[in-house]
Design a protein around this ligand. Structure first.
Ligand code: NAG
Ligand code: NAG
Ligand code: NAG
Ligand code: NAG
Ligand code: NAG
Ligand code: NAG
Ligand code: NAG
Ligand code: NAG
Ligand code: NAG
Ligand code: NAG
Ligand code: NAG
Length: 570
């Protein structure tokens, strides 16, 4: 009925039993005997199921054929009840063995046997049974099957195996009350156990006694534990070794670690301050939370260190995030740094803004000065050579002027203009009245001179009240004032040919009527760029440096015609 390996196991079990017997006997011998001179053996305890059969052979007894006379079995509860060997009784005995057939809850209690030994000494055997009905079947479980291997071996509880072994019984296996086909040994294997295999496994031994079949069962629950993976402790947080913080504020520092899968029992994150445990320091609180995160079951541990009020000393402390796993540990240190207050930042921004505004204003105000200042450093190289002879052709109205205007104009054209632009800054001007060669063909001269000039400098004078209506100066060339052609040819070259730039200089106040007495082309130019106003009485020393002359020079060619000729010759 038993195969080779089973027999082997049983032999091992028997050998073990023998070993234990000798141990117990030695032990028992040393126990003080009671008044009757008997030794008490330890009490064995069983939890049994109503309706089943139970076979009990006291632990040290191995001989099944001991005479009945050498045993007296009785139930030792509130009162002592003798047990006989009569088979009709549901509880009877044979030799050392006690039989319970169709056990009932009333049978719960303490049973004792007195054995007379060949030596004449005696032994007391004790057994306590508790009977449960089928609705409390779970109480009879022999405990979980605990092996951690993936392939589980379920072994029927030892008393059931012993009963079956002695009575040549047969095994059947049940899982949660349903029969498992094909399993009829004292153990069964489950390969690659999963959660689906979890449950209560019951082995029933069906054995025959006195020509009747009886059942004795034992159950174990199978627990398939989650896979456990210890990995090297990984510190997830803190990431940076510096933490910005405001002094006096409260802060939470998080130390977060990952230890593996389902290892919450061996995973702990904690903070240390200058290598000291936080729990012993005032003003710091630490809370540690270790959980297996669903659904991956990764084990994280987080220690949150709360500093109620960050003090100046805290900036000197070393905060150490310490992670501890089953086999490894790791740490990361953090220091606190005072966060820069916003005030210097704001001041810096304001400074930059003010500086920028100042720079813009400065550049706008002194653009001309700057250009003039830097002009000598960037001479002709950038500007392509202009072979024209004159830097500017100066035109102005000579007729129909009021007396003071005429004087002012005369002084400006003959004295101020040449003394500054020609004498001081080396420009070559063509000025009417001064530079005309008498007798020359005027039209041809004007045409040539304007073509040979880089700028057309127009001196605007206010119209005298009288000549506006009766003498429109530009209507007919014959009656026109000196310079009438000049205006027209100059404007033609400036506006139509776009050959030369126009510099407008305003003398005196044009009055309410403005420059309406000038030709439309000129009015267009005046609208486009405001004329440079000649400040009256500007004859004081150093006046060449005045704003007026700077603006004029700004509009004049970069290199005076004279210098260009020199460089051209070289
Ligand atoms: C009954 O059992 C108790 C211990 O449970 C023991 O002290 C007592 O001696 C026993 N009585 C008899 C008659 O064996
Ligand atoms: C039980 O058995 C003992 C010993 O055999 C005997 O002395 C005693 O009288 C019996 N008790 C009853 C109630 O039969
Ligand atoms: C077992 O005992 C119960 C009462 O305790 C009885 O109803 C039942 O018929 C018995 N079963 C057998 C197989 O004797
Ligand atoms: C049974 O008990 C008698 C004394 O009553 C003793 O002489 C005998 O050796 C015992 N037998 C065994 C097998 O223990
Ligand atoms: C089973 O036993 C429990 C207490 O042990 C009792 O409450 C319950 O009624 C019993 N059930 C049956 C079916 O006897
Ligand atoms: C089974 O596992 C539980 C909990 O892990 C443990 O307390 C118990 O001692 C184990 N039993 C055996 C037989 O290994
Ligand atoms: C069990 O079987 C063996 C032989 O296989 C036999 O010697 C023994 O008497 C049997 N036991 C019972 C209780 O039937
Ligand atoms: C033993 O158990 C089996 C299966 O549960 C059942 O079919 C059979 O009737 C039981 N026998 C007795 C005597 O209880
Ligand atoms: C730590 O975690 C808490 C809550 O998760 C958060 O409020 C706090 O800002 C974190 N601390 C740091 C320094 O990141
Ligand atoms: C630990 O953290 C988890 C989630 O992160 C939360 O559900 C749980 O309540 C926390 N436990 C404690 C003791 O704070
Ligand atoms: C995580 O554990 C739960 C229950 O403990 C289980 O149902 C789930 O399958 C596990 N997940 C993984 C990925 O192992």
């Amino acid at each position: 009925m038993f195969n080779k390996s089973e027999l082997c196991l049983l032999q091992v079990m028997d050998a073990l039993l023998l070993l234990l017997i000798t141990a117990v006997v030695t032990f028992a011998n040393e126990l003080p005997s009671d008044t009757s001179g008997c030794y008490n053996m330890n009490t064995e305890t069983f939890r049994l199921l109503e309706g089943e059969a139970f076979y009990f052979l006291p632990f040290p007894v191995t001989d099944l054929d001991l005479p009945d006379e050498n045993f007296t079995w009785y139930k030792n509860n509130s009162k002592v009840t003798n047990i006989t060997t009569e088979e009709e009784n549901s509880i009877h005995y044979h030799g050392g063995a006690l039989f319970f057939i169709n056990i009932s809850s009333a049978d719960s209690g303490h049973y004792t046997a007195r054995q007379t030994l060949p030596s004449g000494n005696c032994q007391f055997h004790h057994v306590t049974i508790t009977v449960f009905n089928s609705s409390s079947r779970g109480q009879t479980n022999y405990g979980p099957n605990n092996n951690t291997e993936l392939n589980k071996r379920l072994i029927c509880p030892t008393p059931v195996i012993k009963t079956c072994h002695i009575h040549n019984g047969t095994f059947t296996w049940y899982k949660d009350g349903s029969l498992i086909e094909g399993e009829n040994k004292w153990d069964m294997m489950i390969d690659a156990a999963t959660k689906a295999h979890e449950g209560t496994y019951t082995c029933i031994c069906t054995w025959t006694h006195n020509h009747r079949e009886h059942n004795s069962s034992g159950s174990r629950s199978l627990v398939v534990r989650d896979p456990v993976l210890h990995q090297n402790v990984e510190i997830l947080s803190p990431v940076n070794s510096e933490q910005l913080v405001d002094e006096g504020s409260s802060i939470k520092l998080n130390c977060s670690i990952l230890c593996g899968i389902n290892v919450a029992h061996k995973c702990k994150a904690s903070w240390k301050i200058n290598e000291k445990e936080v729990s012993r320091m005032d003003g710091y609180h630490q809370s540690i939370n270790t959980t297996n995160k669903m659904p991956s079951n990764h084990t994280y541990s987080t220690s949150t260190l709360t500093i109620d009020r960050v003090s100046a000393q805290d900036f000197q402390h070393v905060f150490k995030c310490f992670g501890e796993g089953q086999y490894t540990s790791d740490f990361k240190t953090v220091t606190l740094k005072a966060r820069e207050s916003a005030v210097p930042l704001v001041i810096r921004c304001v400074c930059v803004l003010v500086g920028s505004v100042f720079a813009v204003v400065f550049i706008k105000c002194f653009a001309i000065d700057l250009v003039l200042f830097f002009r000598p450093f960037f001479p002709q190289s950038r500007n392509k050579k202009d072979p024209r002879m004159y830097d500017a052709y100066v035109v102005y109205q000579t007729e129909g002027l009021q007396k003071d205007t005429e004087e002012q104009l005369f002084s400006f054209v003959t004295s101020s203009l040449p003394s500054v632009l020609e004498d001081k800054f080396g420009y070559r001007l063509f000025i009417h009245g001064r530079d005309d060669i008498p007798g020359e063909d005027r039209l041809e001269l004007v045409e040539n001179c304007i073509k040979e000039s880089k700028r057309l400098m127009v001196i605007l004078t206010p119209a005298s009240g009288s000549n506006i209506k009766d003498k429109p100066p530009f209507t007919s060339p014959e009656t026109s004032v000196v310079g009438g052609f000049d205006w027209q040819i100059g404007l033609y070259h400036a506006l139509v040919q776009n050959e030369l730039k126009v510099i407008l200089i305003q003398l005196g106040d044009p009055g309410p009527q403005g420059y309406t007495h000038h030709p439309p082309g000129l009015q267009h130019l005046i609208r486009k760029s405001a004329p440079i106003r000649w400040p009256e009485g500007c004859q004081r020393p150093g006046f060449q440096k005045s704003r007026f002359w700077k603006r004029v020079r700004y509009l004049m060619p970069v290199t005076p015609a004279k210098n260009q000729e020199v460089t051209a010759l070289v």
